[in-house]
Design a protein. Structure first.
Length: 323
């Protein structure tokens, strides 16, 4: 009891200083570890004086905590939770000198999946000491995202996924929601990339990505990289079940989409104008319907700790053995 009280006082009230690791943890993530178990896992790897514990709250999912950690010159800021927690922390960490660590604990972990990071407590080692890579950060209507944002079908799918099913079964919840929303309503849209009109017509979804994969590891943008200074754009115009089935089959099988059903573009800025309001999402968080979206890219804005790779035979000095 006294040890827990001392730990609470030490980690929750001590301000960050240079070299400090600030852990921003969401206690309500779908797959969240026990609070004491999570703390013990960090404290077994860090000197207690260098660790600051900063849990999310109902009123602040991590943006304010991360802003304070940045202001206090924290060296590494670790986001422990799902997509919402990571995105909230990125909102403040991007553009700063602090380094982001990711411990995926929630029902959806898009950034962790795209960076091939471990999930759960196994991710802590890389989150604290993994090699640093600088990534681009996307923006949409004034908010930052790291992986993907879109308007239309994907946002409706995320919005309608049952929270209880998400907590219990994770990404399976999106399958049922996708089936309920397909085929999706089409809306007249106008899409400009880097200031030039590239597409106009009726669409069910406009997807803009900084990374390639979505939930379940599906490669929406197989050739996308998160540090090329560009956004990838996909515009879906499937109108019936047969066309939707074709799009989904090609997506699951990793095959190139038909141009008449999915148009693809790349650029630094993307604007979308819609004839009717449609919901949109960023990194798995739904937002209210809008008629206009403005996307941008912040090159190399985010330093992230990535996964250690296994050493090769040359690096370890191991010699080959004849069979």
């Amino acid at each position: 009891m006294n040890a827990n009280l001392n730990r609470q006082k030490r980690s929750d009230t001590t301000p960050a200083v240079p070299g400090t690791v600030v852990v921003i943890a969401n206690p309500n993530s779908g797959n969240a570890a026990d609070d004491n178990e999570l703390r013990d896992a960090f404290e077994s790897r860090l000197d207690a004086s260098s660790l600051v514990w900063s849990p999310t709250t109902e009123d602040d999912p991590g943006t304010g905590q991360a802003a304070q950690a940045v202001a206090d010159c924290a060296e590494t800021i670790v986001a422990c939770g799902g997509d919402g927690t990571v995105r909230a922390v990125v909102e403040s960490v991007a553009g700063s000198s602090s380094i982001l660590g990711v411990v995926a604990l929630g029902t959806g972990n898009l950034l962790a999946g795209n960076l091939d990071l471990e999930t759960g407590l196994d991710a802590i080692e890389d989150a604290l000491a993994g090699p640093v890579r600088r990534l681009d950060v996307g923006t949409v209507n004034g908010e930052r995202f790291t992986v993907m944002a879109g308007v239309g079908f994907d946002a409706a799918m995320i919005r309608d996924a049952a929270p209880t099913v998400k907590r219990r079964f994770g990404s399976i919840a999106y399958v049922g929601s996708a089936l309920r929303n397909a085929p999706a309503q089409l809306t007249q849209a106008f899409v400009d990339v880097d200031g030039a009109r590239v597409w106009s017509g009726r669409t069910a979804m406009v997807l803009v990505g900084n990374c390639g994969s979505v939930t379940g590891g599906l490669e929406v943008f197989p050739d996308a990289t998160p540090d090329d200074g560009k956004l990838d754009v996909a515009i879906l115009s499937a109108t019936n079940l047969r066309e939707w089935a074709s799009v989904m089959w090609r997506l699951v099988r990793g095959k190139q989409q038909q141009q008449n059903l999915v148009a693809r573009f790349t650029g630094k800025t993307v604007t979308v104008a819609l004839a009717h309001p449609m919901p949109y999402e960023l990194d798995g968080e739904d937002r209210p319907p809008v008629t206009a979206l403005a996307f941008g890219i912040e090159p190399n804005a985010l330093a992230v700790r990535t996964a250690h790779t296994a050493p090769t035979d040359d690096e370890t000095g191991a010699e080959g053995v004849d069979s």
